[in-house]
Write a protein of this length. Structure first.
Length: 103
């Protein structure tokens, strides 16, 4: 999550904030049935799980945590395939866009 943490800190700075948290959720949709949803938030909600990695707080609801346990998040600024990339050991099928999976 090193590249992702650097990029996230830059996003918070652009928003005039010192810090915050990255919310990761798994929602229905995409070509493979499930997709990731990410948002910058102030902090955890009631019942959220919070993990700190490379100085970034990541919050996730308990249901989504079942799908992403053990996942790694990275960021690439590659022109063709840049953005946040999730490496999820629980995904049994992923689509070519990398944004959708089945578990």
């Amino acid at each position: 999550m090193n590249g992702a943490s650097v990029h996230l800190r830059g996003l918070w700075k652009k928003q005039g904030k010192e810090s915050g948290a990255l919310r990761i959720a798994v929602v229905g949709g995409g070509c493979s049935g499930l997709q990731y949803q990410m948002d910058l938030v102030e902090g955890p909600r009631d019942r959220d799980i919070m993990v700190t990695s490379n100085g970034v707080d990541v919050v996730i609801d308990p249901k989504s945590a079942l799908f992403v346990s053990g996942s790694e998040l990275d960021y690439s600024d590659d022109l063709q395939q840049g953005g946040f990339k999730v490496s999820n050991p629980n995904a049994v099928v992923t689509c070519s866009c990398g944004e959708s999976f089945a578990a």
